[in-house]
Design a protein around this ligand. Structure first.
Ligand SMILES: O=C(O)C1=C[C@@H](OP(=O)(O)O)[C@@H](O)[C@H](O)C1
Ligand SMILES: C=C(OP(=O)(O)O)C(=O)O
Length: 425
């Protein structure tokens, strides 16, 4: 049976809304993992509730940690985490979550029994080879080079060289658990540039905040000293990448959207929206209520290197398709290994509505054309679904396939979108 179609609402006028976003997927899943490996009980507050976060919770529980929820509500959930000895024997479902498939195997390598991993059909196509080879060379027994695979520890740690050009998560995964390896770890990247560097910075900062010594002074080399991971009480920031479609709505409709709780300083790549959106015609201001983006002028095309912030591409591409001048998005060849091949998916779906998008070696060339009604397929990709919603604000008759796929990181998306459109009218 094909997935249901969601009639994307056309904006009734300029959007005027305040949108409260739940916690960052990237911070939530790192915080839960570090809490499960810590030297005592800890708390992760305002954690995201979503499919990716639920998969992380289930994985950590099956490896021996106790996670108990409280204050489970719209602004997130507080998790009380009690670490336990990492135990083997588990079968772990990673879904389509990069953070689970790359971050949990290095934890499983701490157990002295076998742990099996599998995920969604498309997860089996996502790049895993370099991290599995690295775990093997650090002392674990690993079957396979992609999902499904098994791991048997215990790992010793040490030095390893890998090509992380396919995903920053290949590095982050090796660093997160490494304090617990007898020899720690030194990871060297050798290959084309690593994408999404702010996410590695996030990993390093969160490790340091938990008392783990990390040396990242040499480019493309990260050294984690062996030592305890301190238990903490941590509050998760709002998910700035998930702010993107809502801020885009302000631009497409010539309205204004405010996101409360936008951090003053952050390692989240989504913070780059403050710089990218003005280049497409938005005005960005910090107000007493949060970060406010207003549209109203011309929506401009952009020539941008998105290597550091590839997650933002589907929203930027949707804006570019509606803009008044062409765009060139670069540095994002690695998006071919995301939830789906995002370069192919964006080109196919925008062109299916009458657009003009060409794939380049490392990105997309987008020439705006008048768009028409049609089905926007999403390939189980939450960010394809939200990109379809952005286009639908301005193009009557866009139907987005499987809007429920937004549950990967934002289960309330459709409700929040309707609320945003209803506010101020
Ligand atoms: O570490 C993380 O939390 C993430 C790293 C990035 O992955 P890639 O480096 O594979 O792009 C990003 O796109 C993903 O959504 C989340
Ligand atoms: C690439 C993404 O996710 P993942 O963590 O599954 O890699 C994303 O959320 O855009």
């Amino acid at each position: 049976m094909s997935a249901p179609l969601w009639p994307a609402p056309v904006a009734p006028g300029p959007v005027e809304a305040t949108v409260r976003l739940p916690g960052s997927k990237s911070v939530t899943n790192r915080a839960l993992l570090l809490a499960a490996l810590a030297d005592g009980p800890g708390t992760v507050r305002r954690a995201l509730r979503s499919r990716d976060a639920d998969l992380m919770v289930a994985a950590l529980r099956s490896l021996g940690a106790e996670l108990t929820p409280s204050d489970d509500g719209p602004s997130g959930v507080d998790w009380h985490v009690v670490p336990g000895p990492v135990r083997g024997g588990a079968s772990i479902d990673v879904g389509l979550a990069g953070t689970v498939m790359r971050f949990v195997p290095p934890v499983a390598a701490l157990a002295d029994g076998e742990v099996a991993f599998d995920g969604d059909p498309h997860a089996r196509k996502r790049p895993m080879g370099p991290i599995l080879a690295a775990l093997r060379s650090l002392g674990a027994e690993v079957t396979g080079d992609a999902l499904p695979f098994t791991i048997r520890g215990p790992i010793t740690g040490g030095e390893v060289t890998l090509d992380a050009s396919a995903s920053s998560q290949l590095v982050s995964g090796l660093l997160l658990a490494a304090g617990r390896y007898p020899k720690g770890v030194t990871v060297r990247h050798n290959g084309p540039p690593v994408p999404s560097m702010p996410h590695i910075e996030m990993t390093v900062q969160m490790l340091r905040a938990a008392g783990v010594a990390v040396d990242d002074s040499e480019p493309d080399v990260w050294k984690v000293e062996p030592g305890p991971i301190s238990a903490r009480d941590l509050t998760v920031e709002p998910d700035l990448s998930n702010a993107a479609p809502f801020l885009a709505a302000a631009m497409v409709t010539g309205g204004g959207v405010t996101i409360p709780g936008w951090p003053e300083e952050t390692t989240q790549g989504g913070d780059a929206l403050r710089e990218l959106l003005p280049r497409m015609g938005a005005t960005v201001a910090r107000t007493s209520e949060g970060l406010r983006v207003t549209g109203g002028g011309r929506l401009e095309g952009i020539d941008a290197d998105l290597r550091d912030v590839g997650e933002l591409t589907p929203t930027i591409a949707a804006l570019a398709a509606l803009a008044g001048s062409p765009s060139r998005l670069r540095g994002i060849a690695h998006l071919r290994g995301h939830e789906t091949d995002r370069l192919a998916a964006l080109a196919t779906e925008i062109n299916g509505l009458g657009g003009d998008v060409t794939e380049t070696d490392d990105g997309l060339a987008i020439t705006p054309r008048p768009l028409r009604a049609g089905v926007f397929h999403t390939y189980a990709d939450h960010r394809m679904a939200t990109a379809g919603a952005v286009i639908g604000l301005a193009v009557p008759g866009v139907r987005v396939e499987d809007i429920a796929t937004t549950a990967k990181t934002l289960p309330e998306f459709a409700l929040m979108w309707a609320r945003m459109l209803g506010e101020g009218h």
